[in-house]
Design a protein around this ligand. Structure first.
Ligand SMILES: [Zn+2]
Length: 405
C-alpha cells in the first residue's frame, strides 16, 4: 500500500522524451517520502483508493517537480528600499555611498543581527518562495565579511531547513571589507587560510562561491580560493561575467565547478570550457532587470554548445529583491529568450544539477525524493506566462503535502 497517490497531468521534466516529459492523465505514488510509482492512470493495477492511504485527485491540474531555486542570497538583515528610493529621486551613487548605502549597509545590518533575527527575517522571504512551489533552495553567505557573521549566516540558512531542503554556499569573496581596503591580499589569505577551513570544519558549507568581477575579485584571487576549496574537498560555484569578461567561466570550468552564474559577458572560450566541464549556466534575469542591464547572456550560443541552463531568483537586497520564481521564469523567457519548457527545466532539472543534486531531485522519477508542486494550470507553459498569478495548488516535500499558497 502506497502512502499517497496523486492523479493529474504530470510534467516529469525528464530529458530526451516528449515536451516537459509529460504524462497526461498520469499517476504518481509516494512511499516513505520517495516516488514509488509513476505512469498513466490507465496502467494502475486497481482502483486508486485501494492502492494508497491518501488519494489526491488533481483532475486537469499539472504536477511538476518541486522548484529548485539554485542561487539566492536569502539570509540578510535590513533592506535597501530607502536607497532604491534615493536613486529614483535623483541621488548619485556617491551620495548613496556617503549615506552608508550599497552593500556596506547590508553588511552593517547583518553583522548587527542575531541568529534569531536573521532566521526570522529570512523565514518570511523563504515562505514567499515556498508559496510558489520551491522545495529546495540554495542560500549563500557573504554579508559578514568576517568569520563570526559568515558562520551565523550559514547557521541561519541551515536553520531554515525543515519543510524545504536547504543547501548552503560560503560566498567567500563577495566584497572587500573596509578595514582591508589597502590590503586585499591579506583579506584573501584570511578567507582562504582561516575562514574557509573553519566554516568547512563546522560542517556549514556545501559549496564555495566568489564574485569574480572588475569591481569584485580578480581571477587570480578567485583561483587562490578555488585551490583552498579543492583542498577541503568542496565543490565550487562562481558569479562570473556579469558586468565584464574576466575569464571567470574558464577558471570555474578548470576547477570542475557545479555552475557559473550570470554570464552576460561570457566569451566563446568560456562557453566551450563550460560545455567541456559540464558546468551549468545559471541565468539570473532578476538582477539584469533590476539593474536595467542591456547585454543579455548569449543563450543561443550556450544552447548550441550544449551547456545546461538553470534559472534562479538571485534574491538579494541590492540587485535582485525578487521573491517570485514564476516571475523569474517569465523574465527568463521575455528578457533572455528561453522557451517556457527551458524556464521550467531551469527551475527543476537544471537547478538541481547546478547544486549537484540531480540524482535525488529535479525530475519526477521512481526512487527520487517526492518533492512536487501542483499547479492550477491547463498547460505548463502558463507557469512562465502569467505575471502575478497565484498558481500553486499544493506543495509536496519529501512526500508530505503542504498548503503554502
Ligand atoms: Zn548572486
Amino acid at each position: 500500500m502506497w502512502d499517497s497517490l496523486w492523479l493529474g497531468h504530470v510534467a516529469t521534466m525528464t530529458a530526451g522524451g516528449g515536451p516537459y516529459g509529460a504524462i497526461r492523465d498520469g499517476a504518481l505514488a509516494i512511499k516513505a517520502g520517495r516516488i514509488a510509482w509513476l505512469g498513466a492512470q490507465s496502467a494502475l493495477q486497481d482502483q486508486p483508493e485501494k492502492l494508497a492511504t491518501d488519494v489526491f485527485h488533481m483532475r486537469e491540474h499539472w504536477i511538476t517537480p518541486g522548484l529548485v531555486d539554485c542561487h539566492t542570497h536569502l539570509v540578510f538583515a535590513g533592506d535597501r528600499a530607502g536607497e532604491f528610493e534615493m536613486r529614483l529621486n535623483g541621488a548619485a551613487y556617491e551620495d548613496i555611498a556617503r549615506a552608508g548605502g550599497g552593500i556596506a549597509a547590508t553588511v552593517a545590518a547583518t553583522r548587527a543581527a542575531s541568529l534569531a533575527d536573521l532566521g526570522a527575517a529570512s523565514a518570511g522571504r523563504l515562505k514567499r518562495l515556498m508559496a510558489e512551489g520551491v522545495t529546495t533552495v540554495e542560500i549563500k553567505s557573504g554579508y559578514g565579511l568576517e568569520l563570526e557573521t559568515e558562520k551565523r549566516m550559514l547557521a541561519a540558512a541551515r536553520g531554515l531547513a525543515g519543510d524545504v531542503r536547504v543547501r548552503t554556499t560560503f560566498l567567500a569573496l563577495h566584497a572587500l571589507p573596509q578595514d582591508y581596503k589597502d590590503n586585499r591580499a591579506a583579506y584573501v589569505d584570511l578567507v582562504c587560510e582561516e575562514m574557509l577551513p573553519a566554516l568547512a570544519d563546522a560542517g556549514l558549507v556545501d559549496a564555495v562561491d566568489a564574485f569574480c568581477e572588475g569591481i569584485g575579485f580578480s581571477a587570480v584571487e578567485t583561483e587562490q580560493l578555488f585551490a583552498a576549496a579543492a583542498n577541503k574537498g568542496l565543490r565550487i560555484k562562481l558569479h562570473a561575467e556579469q558586468l565584464s569578461d574576466t575569464g571567470g567561466a574558464q577558471l570555474a570550468a578548470r576547477y570542475q565547478a557545479l555552475s557559473a552564474d550570470h554570464l552576460e559577458y561570457v566569451s566563446e572560450q568560456g562557453i566551450a570550457a563550460m560545455a567541456e566541464a559540464g558546468a551549468v549556466a545559471v541565468l539570473l534575469p532578476g538582477a539584469f532587470y533590476f539593474l536595467r542591464e542591456t547585454k543579455k547572456p548569449p543563450v543561443e550560443k550556450l544552447r548550441a554548445a550544449g551547456v545546461k541552463l538553470a534559472l534562479a531568483t538571485d534574491c538579494n537586497p541590492g540587485t535582485s529583491p525578487l521573491l517570485s520564481p514564476l516571475l523569474a521564469m517569465n523574465m527568463g523567457c521575455t528578457l533572455f529568450g528561453l522557451t517556457p519548457e527551458e524556464a521550467l527545466a531551469g527551475f527543476t532539472r537544471e537547478g538541481a544539477r547546478a547544486l549537484g543534486l540531480l540524482g535525488d531531485i529535479g525530475t519526477l522519477e521512481v526512487g527520487k525524493a517526492a518533492d512536487l508542486a501542483v499547479w492550477r494550470v491547463k498547460h505548463p507553459a502558463e507557469l512562465s506566462y502569467w505575471l502575478g498569478a497565484s498558481l500553486l495548488r499544493a506543495r509536496v516535500f519529501a512526500g508530505r503535502a503542504f498548503n503554502d499558497a
